[in-house]
Design a protein. Structure first.
Ligand SMILES: *Cc1c(COP(=O)(O)O)cnc(C)c1O
Length: 371
């Protein structure tokens, strides 16, 4: 019966826009790898997760919140937006919370793009922009990175009458690079006001370079500016799915029409609120990440490997070998990274920065494979 079920098919057509879309391929999971390879110890450095976990304050808040999960959550996440607003010096009405910042990307394309509209983005950048543009029948206009960095001039020149939004991923996933402060500020200023400038700052806490632009003060000045942030990375709440966008109130009102009424759940809201109080946890993670980033880069230098200068919690390194092969070889040793072939850089891997012990294991195994 199982077999006949497998071969059964139907000819129900989907929307034309999704015919050629592929399902997102996430980083390989620890459980999957343990099962496939019969390994006890598996180190996952594939999805830019926080190797130090999450704040104990978040755990305590979730334990309390558990008592209320029979009740729908607060749909606009008022307590969380209030707290974020105070922290970021913007009005609560400038913030919308999503089921991950992935959802905010979806809400933006859903609300602002029609078939045939264009959106400008980097080639290569976070893949969710392109997928969501395509779902709406939009046209992704992809401008190649220059040495791993967004080509802001090229992106500005690519804006046409049909452009509805521009995506800047800063730091960029997968290269980890940032765009220079003054260049980004000029870019925001020069993009026509009818085009949304979406700046994805999923990794902004990890940035140590002073050439990074603090964008939130510009929210009041540019009603077409949208900033995306998340609790999935430095706050370590990836599984709870909670992110947010900061933007003009009129954009929040449009996105609110389109979102599911209860898009972020009670556990997520409670954990996010509590996490904001644990500044020392965030500072510790940021400091450890910056130290490890330097150590890893020094190791790559010693091995004669080139890499993109990263300001995130991951590094894309050039191997002069097939990224797929190195990925497989590392996997056999229980270390999961991401092959650059997924991103269109076949001779690279992207490695997330782990704990000191994890990074050491990774470097030791990489040396064995490459030498
Ligand atoms: C991880 C990541 C996100 C966060 O996604 P969530 O849906 O909030 O978990 C957003 N943008 C980029 C570029 C990322 O790498």
């Amino acid at each position: 019966m199982g077999d006949s079920f497998q071969v059964m098919t139907n000819n129900i057509p989907t929307r034309r826009e999704i015919e050629n879309l592929r399902v997102y391929v996430p980083g390989k999971s620890i459980e999957e790898t343990q099962k496939e390879l019969g390994l006890e110890r598996v180190i996952k450095l594939a999805s830019n997760e926080n190797p130090f976990g999450f704040s104990p304050l978040a755990k305590a808040a979730m334990m309390l919140e558990m008592e209320h999960i029979h009740l729908y959550p607060e749909g606009m996440a008022h307590k969380l937006t209030e707290k974020l607003g105070n922290r970021l010096h913007v009005d609560r009405g400038n913030i919308i919370v999503g089921n991950g910042s992935d959802e905010i990307i979806r809400l933006l394309t859903r609300s602002y793009m029609q078939a045939g509209d264009e959106a400008v983005l980097a080639d290569v950048t976070f893949s969710r922009y392109e997928t969501n543009i395509l779902i709406e029948g939009g046209v992704p206009v992809k401008i190649p990175l220059i040495a791993g960095v967004h080509d802001l001039e090229g992106m500005l020149n690519a804006i046409s009458d049909k452009t509805r939004m521009v995506f800047i991923c800063n730091p960029n996933n997968p290269t980890g690079t940032i765009v220079e402060k003054r260049l980004l500020q000029a870019f925001i200023h020069n993009v026509p006001k009818r085009v949304l400038v979406v700046i994805d700052e999923a990794y902004h806490e990890y940035v140590t370079d002073e050439a990074y632009l603090q964008t939130i003060p510009f929210i009041g000045q540019y009603p077409n500016l949208v900033i995306l942030r998340t609790f999935s990375k430095v706050y370590g709440l990836a599984a709870l799915r909670v992110g947010y966008g900061i933007m003009h109130q009129s954009i929040v009102r449009e996105l609110a029409k389109v979102k599911e009424p209860f898009n972020s759940n009670r556990m997520a809201q409670a954990a996010a609120i509590a996490s904001l109080d644990d500044v020392s946890f965030v500072n510790l993670c940021v400091r450890k990440n910056a130290e490890a980033r330097e150590i890893l880069c020094a190791e790559f230098d010693r091995m004669g490997l080139k890499y993109f200068p990263s300001q995130g919690n991951f590094i894309m390194v050039h191997l002069r070998h097939s990224g797929d092969e190195v990925f497989q070889a590392l996997l056999k040793q229980g270390i999961i990274v991401r092959s650059g072939s997924f991103f269109g850089y076949p001779e690279t891997i992207r490695v997330s920065i782990g704990t000191e012990a994890e990074n050491l294991e990774f470097i030791t195994e990489l040396k064995k494979i490459i030498e």
